[in-house]
Design a protein around this ligand. Structure first.
Ligand code: FA5
Length: 333
């Protein structure tokens, strides 16, 4: 066989072997066999080149280089392809697109609670938690709500059907987050600046703005010289931070047994007012009962309805939708 034919055979064999290589080790073996510098088919061809006449040599030399370059290029291309991860892994084609599925997200009221907390932390209030199952002492007595007060009526509360009692009397699902005020003040000395957000329970008739389980945000600040002006400023700053600068809130004189004076807070919504919370200056009797000296410190407290703020922000007019577990509604948040 002449040298030209040998070169053609070399190239054909190399291309076949390259195509047959199925992994990185395989193509490396082919590279050594066909392009190896010390031994292998290329070396043999080079030896052949040394035996041709000086006239034939330039033509053959050129052909040799061309074939070598082509084989080298194809080997490199195959090396690059085989270096990529295999498309089929354990019988699964990993390059196929995945099956789309929808991601869940947090409930709108949970999102609201997180945002409330971060606003209050920026205003300098520390978040604290309290139990949802309470005793009469924390839910009523310590809040200056006497035994004959209508708020204690068993028909207006969820009492637990259990004989279990703590030192604080029969147990009930808390009807307000104000219970946390007492727990905090019993355990810390002033200055106090806390916020507590959580569920409360009342057997209220359900309507657009009432649910039998809802959330309140309780705020409490006790220090030297705390005044009603501080209370109004904190509530205004909070409402503006959550609903925007143009929110309009108003304060109406009201009564709560544990604050004096007391106010109710309304928020403008279109052409009507929506009640969003109760507030006031902590009653000196409450301060005394937890061991504070009302001549030295004063404080304000407020309790806001979380759902009602969220409704206003999203222009939702039916509180019941938050608890109907309808994904079509919840997925909008
Ligand atoms: C209280 O619960 C007092 N603890 C508030 C308070 C705290 C006063 C600290 C003084 C000092 P009230 O019962 O008004 O107050 O409830 C407060 C807010 O909770 C209401 O303004 C309203 O926004 C919300 N709320 C009350 N009942 C419901 C209900 N059934 N569903 C949804 N939100 C409600």
């Amino acid at each position: 066989m002449d040298a030209i034919a040998q070169l053609a055979l070399y190239e054909a064999d190399a291309l076949l072997a390259i195509a047959a290589a199925t992994d990185a080790a395989g193509i490396e073996a082919v590279r050594i066999q066909f392009l190896g510098k010390k031994q292998g088919r290329l070396k043999d061809l080079q030896a052949l080149l040394g035996q041709v006449t000086p006239e034939e040599r330039p033509v053959l030399g050129k052909k040799f280089n061309e074939v070598k370059d082509r084989v080298t290029a194809v080997v490199e291309e195959r090396q690059a392809t085989l270096a990529q991860p295999a498309a089929i892994v354990d019988g699964v084609d990993v390059t196929l697109p995945g099956t789309p599925f929808s991601m869940g997200h947090r409930h709108p009221i949970s999102q609201t609670i997180e945002e409330f907390k971060s606003i209050m932390v920026r205003l300098g209030f520390d978040p604290v938690d309290g139990p949802e199952i309470e005793d009469e002492f924390h839910n009523f007595e310590a809040l200056n709500i006497p035994l004959d007060h209508p708020a204690r009526d068993p028909r207006d509360n969820f009492y637990l059907a259990t004989a279990e009692r703590t030192f604080g009397g029969p147990l009930l699902m808390r009807s307000q987050t104000s219970t946390v005020q007492i727990r905090v003040m019993q355990n810390t000395q002033p200055p106090v600046r806390i916020v507590s957000i959580g569920r409360v329970y009342r057997p209220d008739e359900m309507d657009d703005t009432h649910s039998c389980m809802f959330h309140q945000m309780e705020g409490l600040m006790v220090d030297k010289h705390v005044t009603m002006a501080d209370l109004k400023t904190v509530l205004r700053l909070f409402a503006q931070a959550y609903l925007g600068k143009d929110v309009v809130i108003r304060f109406r004189p009201s009564f709560f047994p544990f604050t004096e004076p007391s106010v109710e807070v309304d928020m403008k919504w279109g052409d009507r007012w929506l009640e969003i919370g109760g507030a006031g200056m902590v009653d000196p009797n409450v301060l005394k009962a937890v061991g504070y000296n009302p001549d030295e410190v004063s404080g304000f407290a407020f309790g806001l309805g979380v759902e009602r703020f969220c409704m206003r922000r999203h222009n939702n007019t039916d509180i019941r939708q938050f608890y109907a577990s309808d994904v079509r509604f919840l997925s909008q948040f």
